[in-house]
Every structure is written in C-alpha cells, then in structure tokens.
Design a protein around this ligand. Sequence first.
Ligand SMILES: CC(C)(COP(=O)(O)OP(=O)(O)OC[C@H]1O[C@@H](n2cnc3c(N)ncnc32)[C@H](O)[C@@H]1OP(=O)(O)O)[C@@H](O)C(=O)NCCC(=O)NCCS
Length: 151
Amino acid sequence: MTLLLRALTPADAAVAAALHARAFDDPWSEASFAAQFAATGAVTLGAFEEGELTAFALFQDTAGEADLLTVATHPARRGEGLARRLITRIIDDLARQGITRVTLDVAEDNAPARHLYAALGFTEDGRRPRYYTAGRQVPADAVLMSKRLNG
Ligand SMILES: CC(C)(COP(=O)(O)OP(=O)(O)OC[C@H]1O[C@@H](n2cnc3c(N)ncnc32)[C@H](O)[C@@H]1OP(=O)(O)O)[C@@H](O)C(=O)NCCC(=O)NCCS
C-alpha cells in the first residue's frame, strides 16, 4: 500500500477529528482542528493510505520552540512505525528551520506514547500533578518532556 505523507489543512479537519476520537477520551472537535490547522505556526503531517488518514501529528511553533500538541495513529495501524516516522520527519524539518527545542506532555500511564518519545530522544523535565482527568477515575500526572535540537 502506498503511504502519502502531507501537511494537513482545514479541509482535513473532519477526518482528523474522527481519528482523534478513536484515540482519546477527550477528543478535539472538527472546528478545533480546522482552527488549529489554519493557525500561524501550526506544523502538521498526516499519513494517508488509499486516501484514508491513518496517522497524524500536530505541532505548534512558538518563538523558536515547538510544542507537540497531539499525535494519533488509527488503532488498527499501531506499532508499525507511523507515529515515529511522522514525528521524526517534522522534527528534522523544524531543526532545519532553526527551532532549537521541542516540548510535549504525556500522561504518566500512557506507556506506548512514553516509549515512543523516549525512543525519539525526549527526556523528562518535570510533572504536572493530576493533570489528566478525562475518562479516568483517578487523575494522572502529566509528564513534561523536551528534546533539544541541534541549532
Ligand atoms: C502513541 C501512538 C501515537 C503511537 O503510534 P504508533 O504509530 O503505534 O507508534 P510507532 O509504531 O511509531 O511506535 C514507535 C515506538 O513507540 C513505542 N510504542 C508504540 N506502541 C507501543 C506499545 N503499545 N507499547 C510500548 N511501546 C510502544 C515503541 O518504542 C516504538 O518503537 P519500536 O517500534 O522500535 O518498538 C499511538 O499508540 C496512539 O495513537 N495512541 C493514542 C493517542 C495517544 O496516546 N497519543 C499520544 C498522546 S501524548
């Protein structure tokens, strides 16, 4: 199957929201994605197979640093390296553009995402206690992570 990687636009908001809803207990609305994809400093990459969005990553570039806002892979396509590929591609582009640091936060109990970020070279900076509450009986800490880019 052919994999097409391309930036997402507001026209992709509906499919992004549908995929996000399969990945998160507190999904973003289609309107939120449309606004975010159109925002100044938004950096996106989606993976399409046979025209279907199977994974995407969304960063926000703010004053020389970039924050990973969200990343999701379709449940049927996890563990195939899609998220790693998207984030790696975006980070390489950000580094070439002079971005010096990338940040993110992740729920402490999200083992797949934490493994992914560690494998990509992110390290832990601190924690935001009981930050994640959606879909949980017990809130989970946010683990704050960052990766310094060569610049
Ligand atoms: C986190 C998520 C985006 C990973 O997407 P993915 O396409 O399956 O990830 P990849 O296949 O690129 O995996 C890359 C690395 O992540 C880690 N990883 C991925 N899935 C894992 C799992 N189930 N358990 C442990 N590690 C895992 C591994 O380190 C893997 O590297 P490896 O292949 O060398 O072992 C996906 O699980 C997802 O959509 N989860 C729900 C949404 C979410 O939690 N997003 C992150 C919020 S911070």
